[in-house]
Design a protein around this ligand. Sequence first.
Ligand code: TRP
Ligand code: SF4
Length: 339
Amino acid sequence: MSEQQTKKRIMTGMRPTGKLHLGHYIGVLKNMVKLQDEYECFFFVADWHALTTQFDCTENLVENVRNVVLDWLAAGIDPDKASIYVQSHLPQTAELHIYLSMVTPQNWVERDPTLKDLVKMIRTDDSESKPNVSYGFLGYPVLMSADILSFNVDCVPVGIDQVAHIEITRDIARRFNNIYKTDLFKEAKPLLTNIPMLKGVDGQKMGKSFHNDIKISDDEQTTQKKIMQAITDRSRARKDDPGNPDNCEVAFEYWKAFGKEEQIQKVCEECKAGKRGCVDCKRELAAMINEEFRPIREKRKYYEQHPEIVDEIIKKGDQKAREAADEVLKKVRQAVRMF
Ligand code: TRP
Ligand code: SF4
């Protein structure tokens, strides 16, 4: 058996919300880069899921999908190890979504807690009117189940915010198996990391709509400027006052996310001893982050300038995804008796 066949298969995806930020990088992307050595990976951009909340503003969708792929490749996703595909290029998922939608009870999707947060992203015509929740939006978790079950994987690496969706996927898989008296679908488990969410520079949740994020693709000056805005120990008045890294809301969190053990130790000791001013500390932090991202940003530029290479990578990824999903769909049609 080839090495590829002995490896366990995983899959995961991201909605195309634009260029990725350091929160994505630390929280998910670094892990995906690591996992590609251990598993046969399918990584996809969930453009259909973007439609569930943005169906009426699709003008940037293609560009957003592209930006996710560029950030992935820049950060080290290796197309020889992981297949990168686009959700809407895989009609098998749409077909599976139909079968799964038939066996999913309405109240399962209605009680999905994650959807309650997502509803807030739907545009309304004025602040008074209720968001226009569509039939497709309610199907968000069913579509996600179709993504996962198209590959019938054992594990799905996701952030903690997606766990409820994976639970529904397991329920749907079990119900499908029961109804059609088959053991076709495995019950996928979330593969969680313990990495806490990286906050935005202002201490709130990092996100582009809050203008508190640093993009993987930002230039060094922009990165430095944003890092200088990072919240520190608010109780510290002068730079030679002793500080407390535990109360340093954002800057020290970034040190912990990006620094080496001995650097973090040094920052901590000097801060406590009042031997490190916050301005200098953040300048050093920005330089360190810029250093880590220098090769990544160069690689991104390379792919930006060679769109044909990116096209080819996606084409190959689509192809591999179709082959894998076709095998599953054949069995699904048999189970449902659709010939
Ligand atoms: N819902 C995920 C997000 O918001 C994206 C996603 C769609 C996904 N389908 C998936 C993640 C299947 C893992 C597996 O980022
Ligand atoms: Fe935070 Fe550094 Fe200031 Fe200490 S010196 S409070 S770690 S920014």
